[in-house]
Write a protein that binds this ligand. Structure first.
Ligand code: TRP
Length: 330
């Protein structure tokens, strides 16, 4: 059985875009693979977050994953920092990598200015080498992610391949899996940027899964559209409307053509009411489940520890193999 893995940083709150980009796809396929899902808490530390907020986010995400349908009899869920092999292999992956290529990564380029001011950009710089380790450590073949992570998965493949060339086939090379519809859910207010979970809590263009339902409704009703007054899909000329169509398509499991046809005759206002209703119904269902889990912190911590114990067995075995291959172990 092939392995599937994905991770999410415990920074900010989970948005509708995170759900659509990574979690949904993962849940739908978890039985088809040996499945691992982890909280990339070390990656989270590449930018400063208040420690209590990190702890809180770790439990939020765990509860949310469970609420969305993680099957614990099948899927391993854990914290990255509980499995030290991620760091061990991350270090070795950095040795497979050039300073130049890392400095050209999109994420590094877009965020380095702010972090380098305080001499704190190294974490961001080696972000891809740790991420490569996360994936290669488990010989994962499939990595469901949002479109913004494509470059990281490509870099993971490159590093794995480079290592395999020097030392012989050691790592499985992963493929990213980016959802066809809604790979990029855009900000409702500014549909030229993606909906990001680093957005501030009161960003009107970002739908947080755990937001108050009334707030979510308002955000959708005030989403940016255009002046044409016709509902159809055209990402280039109608990014706002197209974004809303993508959201509905994903929630209803329909393709874009069917959704566009369905809402062809709608006014923008009626269309938005429909989107708001669908999104809030969907979010409410998840929220109900979420609070059942979130109110039991001891249970969540236990799940994470049990997951880490299972992941550690796999990671340790691979790391020992790697150490032998490179000559660190007799
Ligand atoms: N970089 C990913 C993000 O920001 C999180 C992540 C870290 C990840 N390690 C991973 C995703 C390994 C998939 C596989 O969303």
């Amino acid at each position: 059985m092939k392995t599937m893995i994905t991770g999410v940083r415990p920074t900010g709150s989970i948005t509708l875009a995170n759900y659509i980009g990574g979690i949904k796809k993962f849940i739908e396929q978890q039985d088809k693979y040996k499945s691992l899902i982890f909280i990339a808490d070390i990656h989270g530390l590449t930018t400063y977050i208040n420690p209590n907020e990190i702890r809180n986010n770790i439990l939020d995400i765990t509860a949310l994953y469970l609420a969305c349908g993680i099957d614990l009899s099948h899927t391993i869920i854990f914290q990255q920092s509980d499995v030290l092999e991620h760091c061990n292999l991350g270090f070795l992956m950095a040795f497979q990598c050039g300073v130049g290529e890392l400095s050209r990564m999109t994420q590094y380029k877009s965020k380095k200015a702010e972090l380098s001011k305080n001499n704190k950009d190294m974490g961001l710089f080696i972000y891809p080498t740790l991420m490569a380790a996360d994936i290669l450590l488990y010989d994962a073949s499939v990595v469901p992610v949002g479109a913004d992570q494509r470059q990281h998965i490509e870099k993971t493949r490159d590093l794995g391949e480079r290592f395999n060339k020097v030392y012989g086939k050691t790592f499985e090379l992963p493929e990213y899996q980016i959802p066809k519809i809604g790979a990029k859910i855009m900000n409702l207010q500014n549909p030229s940027i993606k909906m990001s979970k680093s957005a501030s809590k009161d960003d009107k263009g970002t739908i947080f899964i755990l937001d108050d339902i009334e707030i979510t409704k308002k955000k959708i009703m005030s989403a940016c559209t255009d002046s044409e007054g016709k509902v159809y899909f055209d990402e280039e000329n109608k990014p706002g409307i197209s974004n809303l169509l993508s959201i509905v398509a994903v929630i209803d499991n329909l393709n874009i053509e069917d959704v566009s046809k369905k809402y062809k005759e709608y006014t923008y206002k009626d269309f938005k009411i429909e989107v708001a209703t669908k999104v809030t119904e969907f979010i409410l269902k998840i929220q109900n489940e979420f609070y059942k889990y979130r109110n039991n912190e001891e249970y969540l911590k236990k799940i994470l520890k049990e997951g880490a114990a299972k992941a550690r067995i796999l990671a340790n075995k691979k790391m020992e193999e790697v150490k032998k291959i490179v000559g660190l172990k007799f």
